[in-house]
Every structure is written in structure tokens, then in C-alpha cells.
Unconditional design. Structure first.
Length: 283
């Protein structure tokens, strides 16, 4: 497996190569300071899913932190496409852009460096189908920085949330992050809940603007469902009829308990199932 990963095709600073040939400077600000933006785009059977939203999110993130994008929206697509294997059922295209390498370590500006660009594709398998029985959710205080709308590689808060699950012996469960009494998202996923036929999902004012989240909202509204962009309180979530989280690799993942309290009937619900099936058709 290691050799297979080493031979994975990559794009690094203008050249196509393999991962074992990539050399990132120890002075790169992405490595030293987490001063970088990333994006992850799923591709199914050789075609990226909703590239425009993913690409625009990458451009928005770079603009927000003041890193000049080396490519336009269309330019990024042209660079990425040669890395997509047409014979792979599912791949994740990972893109990372750091502020660059100044051959020194400093926090202050100005920075005299060109952005470092790394792109590679990794095969993945969606971990469950519509027969999945759901996972447990565990509430945690949201300890992350206050710019969660920026898809930065500074992810220590997210990592520690998953470390807490691991330390508690529930590594495969989901952390649900609470901020000021509201459940806002999971460490790498957006949050949805259903109550009395209405779908609730937190607004993207200070959470990650997830593309799978947007696609789920599009599908739901197209099917006549009511979607409210409101963050639930802890009590609302525990009393929901259904709960699930969304991200690019796990797609729509149902949560059947929250801190040991059963959600709905304790199984993935009918709204989730309808949307999950529609998402598979969209792919």
C-alpha cells in the first residue's frame, strides 16, 4: 500500500509528477504555520461532482486569507482533470495552496514568496449504503478558532475532537460541536436534523460552507421539502426525529443517538433515506 501511495499521480508547483517525488520545504508556511487553504473534490467514474462550487470555495478561501490564486476557476479545473483516473469508481481530489516558502520562519508580513500548490487524487469507497444502521453522536464544546468558514489546514481543533472520541473508545462515532448552546456542525461535516417534517441545518455564517450540504439542500427543496437554515439547540437536537451529517467522502451519514439518547426510532429515518437515494442518483 505504501508503494502504491508513493506512486500516486500529483501536481506540484506547475509540474505533474508522483507523490514520492514531491519535496516541500521545511520553511513552507503551510508546514510551519498552517498558513494554507485546502479543498477536496469528489470524482465518480472520472467526473468531478459539482466542481464549480468546490472550485469557487477554494478561490473564496484564498481571497479571504490574502493568498493570490495561481489559477482562475477554469484554470484550476484544467490542472486537476489530468489527475482523475477514468477507471476509478470514486476518488477524492485534494488541493492545497500555502502562502509559500521564504526560506525563513516569521509570522509578519509582507511575505515574499510564491504560493505552493499540491494536488493529488486518492481512491475512496463510500463507507456505507442505505442499509447502514447509523452511528452515535457525542456532544463536545466547540474549541476551534473563530473563522470556521475558512477551509484552512489549521485543523488542530478538529483533530482534537476526533482524538477525544478515540480516547473514549468510540473512534467510529461522530462528534457534534456545541457553540453558545447551539449545535453547529461536526469536525469535518455539516449537520442536519428533521423535526415534524421540517429539515433544519445551521447557517454558514461561521461554519464550513459544505458543498455536500448545499447539494442536500438543493435535492430537498427540489422535492418540495421545507429547509430552515437554523442551528438547533442541544434540546432540539436530542428531540429531533432524524439527524445526519454530510461531507464529501461519507456523503449523508445518519446519527441515531446523541449522548446516549435515542433519536426518533433509533434507526436512520425516511427523510434521510429519500435524500440519500437521490444523492446516489445525482452522482
Amino acid at each position: 500500500m505504501t508503494n502504491e501511495i508513493n506512486q500516486t499521480a500529483a501536481f506540484f508547483n506547475g509540474n505533474y509528477t508522483t507523490m514520492d517525488q514531491v519535496r516541500i520545504s521545511p520553511f513552507d508556511r503551510g508546514f510551519l504555520l498552517g498558513d494554507s487553504i485546502y479543498e477536496a473534490v469528489p470524482a465518480y467514474d472520472g467526473e468531478m461532482l459539482d466542481y464549480e462550487r468546490h472550485g469557487q470555495r477554494l478561490l473564496n478561501g484564498l481571497n479571504t486569507v490574502g493568498i493570490e490564486s495561481p489559477y482562475t476557476l477554469e484554470g484550476w479545473k484544467e490542472v486537476i482533470e489530468p489527475l482523475i483516473a477514468k477507471d476509478q469508481p470514486a476518488q477524492l481530489l485534494y488541493i492545497q495552496v500555502s502562502r509559500g516558502d521564504e526560506q525563513m520562519r516569521k509570522h509578519r508580513f509582507p511575505v515574499n514568496a510564491k504560493p505552493t500548490v499540491l494536488i493529488f487524487a486518492i481512491p475512496f469507497t463510500v463507507p456505507f449504503d442505505e442499509n447502514y444502521l447509523g452511528c452515535a453522536g457525542h456532544l463536545q464544546e466547540d474549541l476551534r478558532w473563530k473563522r470556521c468558514n475558512v477551509k484552512s489546514t489549521s485543523l488542530m481543533g478538529n483533530v482534537l475532537a476526533y482524538h477525544e472520541l478515540y480516547s473514549n473508545g468510540v473512534a467510529n462515532d461522530e462528534a457534534l460541536l456545541v457553540r453558545d448552546g447551539y449545535v453547529v456542525e461536526a469536525p469535518s461535516s455539516n449537520l442536519f436534523m428533521v423535526k415534524d417534517g421540517i429539515i433544519f441545518t445551521p447557517p454558514v455564517d461561521n461554519i464550513l460552507p459544505g458543498v455536500t450540504r448545499d447539494l442536500t439542500i438543493d435535492i430537498a427543496t427540489a422535492q418540495g421539502m421545507t429547509v430552515r437554515e437554523e442551528a438547533p439547540t442541544v434540546d432540539m437536537l436530542k428531540n429531533a426525529d432524524e439527524v445526519w451529517v454530510t461531507n464529501s467522502m461519507e456523503e449523508l451519514k445518519p446519527v441515531i443517538t446523541v449522548d446516549g439518547e435515542t433519536i426518533g426510532n433509533g434507526v436512520p429515518g425516511k427523510v434521510w433515506l429519500q435524500l440519500f437515494r437521490s444523492f446516489q442518483a445525482l452522482k
